[in-house]
Design a protein around this ligand. Structure first.
Ligand code: G6P
Length: 611
């Protein structure tokens, strides 16, 4: 996730671009840049690594008479945050600049072709490929709009781009596929941006740009065309939100917005990692195949929600790779003298990549010369630098303190890692892995289905708003789902919620079950489904109110429950990525019913950098 902005008009462009970037900083903030058209003198470009303030402090010499330009605030995906990898990217000629939000899945392939035909690359970004492609089209005599249109034919993946060229004064060409893009028009001016907040100080009339559309902006006009160049009548929307609401995309809170972003987070995390043949490609894994084949034991370490993703992954890793796998709460790992050696693989799981407990656990493993992989959402974070290899989750920045979209992205990234290792070790046939991958690619649409049922989950939360004690039960891979459901509820509603493996209740905690206690069971179909239902019956007999997460059409589960949170089915090991969403929404609605600030729960910090 990144933020892009463009302005063309009769006023100075730079202040409009910097203000726009400031309102888009929530989309990424590891580097920023602008490109301005200087009348009669090409382009002026400035990029800085770090927050937007670094760029703002470095533009004192910008040409004041530039009235057209583009800007970018970055959340790195390909290439670590640095000035070189910041946008705008160019083709090296100094005449063309491009800003980009999204991921070009086939960029390695395209880059090889371009290099073979003599193009020199200066960054590690996928975006630079787009700059060279546009330059090639222009060299063939095409217009800037047609050159940008050609990107929609040659590049795969998700992207929103904006391009300026020295030879086309006053013109910005933008295009979109999947990544968001909006345009606006006012007297003598036109704007384009990743999101509405950047436009609000200038206009409330917004043009929604759809997939595979090209936008030509000139002062006072916006022209939209399709893939074939046919002019379209744009849809005009009047925005009534204020800036803060707009940053939240019209959602009440960042947490709700991020819950809704989960299909995209999962899609982006999967994107570019499967070859057309259906095989896995994990480019960021810098460990050699031999080193990975030599691994005889895996530790997964993390804290909070990341620990729960690690718990899910343990089931998948052991099942698919047949490697022994242990999971540890990171703050416990190094203090218990774990058996780690050069054939051990330690996977640190962390949204931020900065959690002190997990960093220390990884450092401990490093001292024993273990192989180390970081699974994190932040490019070039401390953990990414510490590890031998990194597998990034492409969830974009997460602002709500309670992790949602980064958790699901971790779950699918770790499942990919498990499949990759299984492939290397030969414990799974390629054809089987292909079928699993095909189902993994269906997960975003299953998540969408659950999110679409938010209004059915709300009344359940409403009815249970005053309940004091919740128990969350699951078995097998449903157990970490129960753990995560309980954690979400605790974090944002402050209800007491304990999670147990269903079979363990009878060994003690069942003493706490009485009328009025609520038991939330993860009862989707699995090889332990019948056992879960048995455990739920035991709770019901003792007077508990039962809420079940169950698969669509499961009358047996429904017969045991006072309330059902329905979810679509998927294969058992992927079910956490779907079932968890129902529990996130349950926790969200219950917390809102209790009047809590879900984005900033008391006593919690998003990133904890002390042990
Ligand atoms: C904090 C947050 C949790 C998060 C945990 C681990 O405690 O409040 O929501 O799960 O840190 O964070 P990480 O960035 O390592 O995933």
């Amino acid at each position: 996730m990144c933020g892009i902005v463009g302005f063309t008009g009769s006023d100075a462009a730079l202040p409009v671009l910097l203000d726009g970037l400031a309102s888009l900083e929530y989309r990424g903030y590891d580097s920023a840049g602008v490109a301005l058209q200087v009348p009669g003198d090409g382009l002026w470009l400035r990029r800085r690594s770090g927050k937007l303030a670094e760029l703002t402090g470095a533009v004192g010499d910008a040409p004041a008479d530039a009235t057209t330009g583009i800007g970018h605030t970055r959340w790195a995906t390909h290439g670590r945050p640095s000035e070189r990898n910041a946008h705008p990217q160019t083709d090296g000629s100094g005449d063309l600049a491009i800003v980009h939000n999204g991921i070009v899945e086939n960029f390695l392939e395209l880059r090889e072709e371009l290099e073979a035909s003599g193009h020199e690359f200066r960054s590690e970004t996928d975006t630079e490929v787009l700059a060279h492609l546009v330059a090639d089209e222009l060299a063939e005599g095409r217009s800037l709009a047609d050159a940008v249109r050609s990107l929609l034919h040659s590049a795969d993946g998700s992207f929103a781009v904006a391009v300026v060229h020295a030879d086309d004064p006053g013109l910005i060409v933008a295009a979109r596929r999947v990544s968001p893009l909006v345009a606006g028009v006012a007297d003598e001016a036109a704007f384009v941006a990743s999101d509405i907040p950047a436009l609000l100080p200038h206009t409330r009339e917004v043009l929604v740009v759809d997939d595979d559309q090209v936008v030509e902006l000139r002062p006072g006009s916006v022209r939209i065309t399709d893939l074939d160049g046919t002019e379209l009548t744009p849809e005009l929307r009047t925005i009534t939100w204020d800036v803060e609401q707009a940053e939240k995309g019209g959602y009440e809170d960042f947490m709700l917005k991020e819950i809704h972003e989960q299909p995209a987070a999962v899609r982006d995390t999967l994107s570019g990692r499967t070859a057309p043949s259906g095989e896995l490609m994990l480019d960021e894994l810098r460990l050699s195949e031999d080193e990975l084949r030599a691994v005889d034991k895996v530790f997964l370490v993390g804290c909070g929600t990341s620990y729960h993703a690690a718990m899910v992954a343990k089931y998948a890793l052991e099942h698919w790779t047949r490697l022994p796998c242990e999971i540890d709460i990171a703050s416990e790992f190094r203090y218990r003298d774990p058996v780690v050696d050069t054939r051990t693989l330690v996977v640190g799981v962390s949204q931020s990549g900065e959690t002190a407990d997990t960093i220390e656990a990884m450092k401990y493993a490093k001292r024993w010369d273990a192989r180390i992989i970081a699974v994190t959402n932040v490019v070039d974070s401390s953990m990414a630098r510490l590890a031998d290899a990194v597998l990034y989750t492409h969830a974009g920045p997460e602002i709500g303190v309670a992790a949602t979209k980064t958790h699901l992205a971790q779950v699918v990234a770790l499942e990919l890692l498990a499949l990759y290792l299984a492939g290397l070790r030969g414990t799974r046939y390629t054809s089987e892995a292909r079928d699993l991958l095909a189902e993994l690619c269906e997960i975003p649409s299953r998540i969408e289905t659950v999110i679409g049922r938010s209004d059915d989950i709300h009344p359940v939360a409403h009815e249970l708003v005053d309940v004091r004690d919740f128990f969350f039960l699951g078995r097998g891979v449903g157990y970490p789902v129960a753990m995560e459901g309980a954690l979400k509820l605790k974090e944002i509603s402050y209800a007491r919620a304990e999670a147990y493996p269903g079979g363990e209740m009878k060994h003690g905690p069942i003493a706490l079950i009485e009328p009025g206690t609520v038991v939330v069971g993860v009862a989707t179909r699995s090889h332990v489904y019948a056992k879960v239902l048995g455990n739920i019956s035991e709770m019901r007999t003792r007077g508990a109110t039962i809420v079940l997460v169950a698969n669509d059409g499961d009358d047996t589960a429904a017969g045991l429950a006072d309330h059902v949170l329905w979810v679509p089915s998927t294969i058992e090991l992927f079910s956490p990525a779907v079932d968890t969403v129902a529990l996130q929404l349950f926790a969200y609605h219950l917390a809102k019913e209790r009047g809590r600030d879900v984005d900033k729960p008391r006593n919690l910090a998003k990133t904890v950098t002390v042990e």
